[in-house]
Design a protein around this ligand. Structure first.
Ligand SMILES: Nc1ncnc2c1ncn2[C@@H]1O[C@H](COP(=O)(O)OP(=O)(O)OP(=O)(O)O)[C@@H](O)[C@H]1O
Ligand SMILES: [Mg+2]
Length: 377
């Protein structure tokens, strides 16, 4: 029995209501026993009917009075019992209703939690009313939604990663089998091919590690006031030899009154390197790349524009998605990237409190990537 009360919130609530009623009844009965005789005498005196004022008829009246008092008290007690009973019934009904309305949602949440634990992430509870329990239900549903998103992302990530790893692994395995069977000649070219695929695997794993670090925000942003021109020049100086090799013109158009931005230098350099690296990779020889920066309210807008291969409109919405390449087969063949660079870039921009977007008029029309950084106070 005690165990039952221990384990059921409803029973506890019910008992506490009963206790309150009981205490009320005891207080009422005790108080009435003490107060009633005095009050009775006082009221009778007010009506000129106490025994002391009745002269020679005093004794007979005293008897009448005590009889009157006894009758009055009996009716008072009777009324008290009925009132107590009625209060008890109302309180019991009320407590049953209240405990149900508290326990039902708690119970529903408990069941939903169990189902989520069992892996059913689509589980939600009904939200009724506006009280704290309803708030709890809303929060619970938000948590379930988040869990479900994380689970979907996890599944997709595993699928994507296995797919990405399979391509170079299949190539390496194929080449090795060819070598063992003597179908492939053991020339330097073959070995170089295998080495290139292994290298690709290596890069992919590095990129993935970086992506998971950036997306989980598992790094400290060292935000300081930085000069945009200096940041841009750091990157363009580093990449200049590669631009020269491909004979791509690299132009800087930085507004003269550029304010300083609040940025983590290493991360900002990484971001610009990703965008400029893409512009370099996706622009044919003798092309042109322009880096421009200008102020817009409380932000500085930095753009990397190229006149390269461009991006067809149907690919624009997904271009920042993980592993997304506008032309996967070409990227793979040309030793292209893994489609992680822009995903990392977006995470970096968002960590700085900025936005990033892409514009392209279509295939062969070049592309412009623009991101914002907050102006340093
Ligand atoms: N400047 C650009 N011009 C045309 N297409 C681009 C440009 N930048 C990116 N893209 C397209 O967007 C895709 C994704 O770019 P992202 O930088 O994320 O990956 P990647 O360059 O393929 O590989 P990596 O992860 O090594 O950077 C590219 O594969 C390419 O199709
Ligand atoms: Mg890239």
């Amino acid at each position: 029995m005690a165990n039952y009360f221990h384990r059921h919130l409803g029973a506890k609530l019910f008992v506490s209501y009963l206790a309150i009623i009981l205490v009320g009844v005891i207080v009422l009965v005790t108080a009435s026993q003490f107060i009633l005789p005095g009050a009775f005498n006082r009221h009778m005196a007010g009506m000129g009917m106490t025994s002391g004022m009745m002269g020679n008829q005093g004794m007979g009246n005293a008897d009448n009075m005590s009889q009157l008092y006894m009758d009055f008290r009996a009716s008072f007690n009777e009324a008290l019992i009925y009132a107590g009973l009625a209060a008890m019934i109302v309180a019991v009904l009320f407590s049953m209703y209240l405990s149900r309305s508290v326990i039902a949602p708690v119970h529903a949440m408990s069941l939903a939690t169990q189902r989520i634990t069992d892996g059913r992430f689509d589980e939600r509870v009904r939200v009724e009313g506006k009280d704290e329990l309803a708030q709890l239900a809303i929060r619970f549903n938000q948590m379930a939604e988040k869990l479900s998103e994380v689970e979907t992302m996890r599944r997709r990530l595993i699928g994507d990663v296995s797919h990405e790893l399979r391509t170079p692994l299949t190539a390496i395995k194929g080449s090795m089998e060819g070598l063992m069977d003597g179908v492939l000649p053991a020339t330097e070219e073959t070995f170089q091919q295998i080495h290139a695929e292994a290298d690709r695997l290596n890069r992919l794993v590095d990129d993935l590690q970086e992506l998971s670090r950036v997306e989980a925000r598992a790094y400290e942003l060292d935000l300081r006031s930085k000069d945009v021109s200096a940041l841009v020049q750091t990157v363009t100086r580093r990449l200049a030899p590669q631009f020269e090799m491909k004979q791509i013109l690299l132009d800087l158009q930085l507004a003269p009154d550029l304010p300083r931005v609040l940025a983590d230098e290493d991360r900002a350099v990484q971001l610009l390197t990703n965008l400029l690296g893409n512009a370099l990779q996706y622009t044919p020889e003798h092309g042109r790349v322009i880096v421009s920066a200008r102020r817009s309210n409380h932000e500085v807008m930095i753009s990397v524009r190229d006149n390269g291969i461009g991006i067809p409109p149907e690919h624009l919405p997904q271009i920042f998605d993980r592993f997304y390449r506008a032309d996967a087969s070409r990227s793979r063949r040309a030793g292209g990237g893994s489609g992680i660079g822009l995903t990392i870039s977006r995470a970096l921009v968002e960590a700085h409190g900025g936005r990033i977007w892409v514009e392209s008029a279509g295939e062969g029309q070049g592309s412009t990537f623009t991101f914002t950084m907050p102006v340093a106070k």
